[in-house]
Design a protein around this ligand. Structure first.
Ligand code: ZN
Length: 332
């Protein structure tokens, strides 16, 4: 009975998201011009360590140094992926750091966005109760993901497939990420996969352990991506190229994982140092390019998991021109 109620809740949440995704109304232009002629625009994010390149971009260019940039960036914090996608759809933000499967679903529903870069490399873990020895032990148990349209659901699917299990062998529930560590410690779930630092919380505090790193289940996985609305790119190409350049620089800075990086991350989210240190061990920010091969693997998973029947082709959803313009500027 309880499981049926959980399933009904999940179905309700998915239907709610689909309604939001489908509600493509009028789209006001959120960007504007400053008095000095710069393009001012808004990028959405969730407070997760996966968005560190964005945090570093903003943190490093604050104060008087920002005068050198041809744009003025405002980062807009969201409490859930659904709210963020809704804002993209409504034209309240010009782009976002968002889960790739959600970007694909948004594109399918008519939001004309483009993936312009990756958010990070690797950096996800499957966390389980210490009682779980391998994936087969999850049979008949409850496992949490943040959203069905997530890389974390794909990791869950890949783990079950590797263990010879089916998605129906485990009861999967959607749960807000901040609730997951407590749900694991209280025995309400046997494990979870989610963006960081929520996996590291359970491991650092000793009531969860890593069953798999993402690269063990899905090499070169795609999790978060940086998206921009196509109309923003078309209207403000120069500012978009400069922003992507600055975002890549933010990624290189984040990869040092030093005190400055931790300060930058803590400016945008609250996380204990030992938890952050663990999270940062698992992730890479040094290469934020986006490859067609990796996208093809994501497409295959999206179809296998039923997340998308016909995901958009690489050329329809990825805009390589911004990265290429950045690379051309760097060439001697
Ligand atoms: Zn991510």
């Amino acid at each position: 009975m309880a499981r049926r109620r959980v399933q009904r809740t999940i179905i309700g949440a998915w239907v709610g998201l689909l309604v939001l995704l489908g509600a493509c109304g009028a789209r006001p232009e959120p960007s504007s011009q400053t008095e000095t002629g710069k393009v001012r625009f808004k990028i959405g994010y969730l407070p997760i360590t996966h968005a560190a390149p964005l945090f570093l971009e903003k943190y490093r260019w604050n104060g008087s140094r920002a005068a050198y940039l041809p744009f003025e960036l405002e980062l807009v914090k969201f409490g859930s992926w659904t709210d963020l996608i809704d804002a993209l759809n409504a034209g309240k933000i010009d782009g976002a750091s968002v889960l790739a499967p959600l970007a694909v679903k948004a594109k399918e529903r008519g939001i004309d966005l483009k993936i312009v870069a990756s958010g990070h490399r690797d950096g996800n873990v499957v966390v389980v109760s210490p009682k779980i020895q391998d994936a087969a032990d999850l049979k008949g148990q409850t496992f949490a993901v943040p959203h069905k349209f997530s890389s974390h659901y794909i990791l869950f699917y890949a783990m079950l497939k590797k263990a010879g299990l089916h998605a129906t062998d485990v009861s999967v529930v959607e749960m807000p990420p901040p609730e997951m560590p407590a749900a694991l410690s209280e025995g309400r779930i046997a494990g979870y996969a989610v963006a960081e630092p929520f996996g590291a919380i359970a491991v650092a505090k000793g009531f969860g352990k890593v069953l798999y790193q993402s690269h063990e289940l899905w090499p070169d996985s795609i999790c978060c991506v940086l998206v921009l609305r196509k109309d923003f790119i078309d209207r403000h190409r120069e500012a978009a190229v400069a922003f992507v350049q600055s975002y890549f620089d933010g990624g290189h800075a984040a990869e040092s994982k030093d005190a400055e990086v931790k300060s930058a991350i803590n400016t945008f989210m609250s996380v204990e140092e030992k938890v952050l240190d663990l999270s940062l061990k698992w992730i890479r920010y040094d290469d934020l390019t986006f490859s067609e091969d990796a996208y093809d693997t994501l497409r295959t998973y999206l179809k296998e998991t039923g997340i998308s029947k016909q995901p958009p082709a690489y050329a329809d959803i990825v805009d390589e021109t911004l990265i290429k313009a950045v690379e051309a500027e760097k060439a001697p």
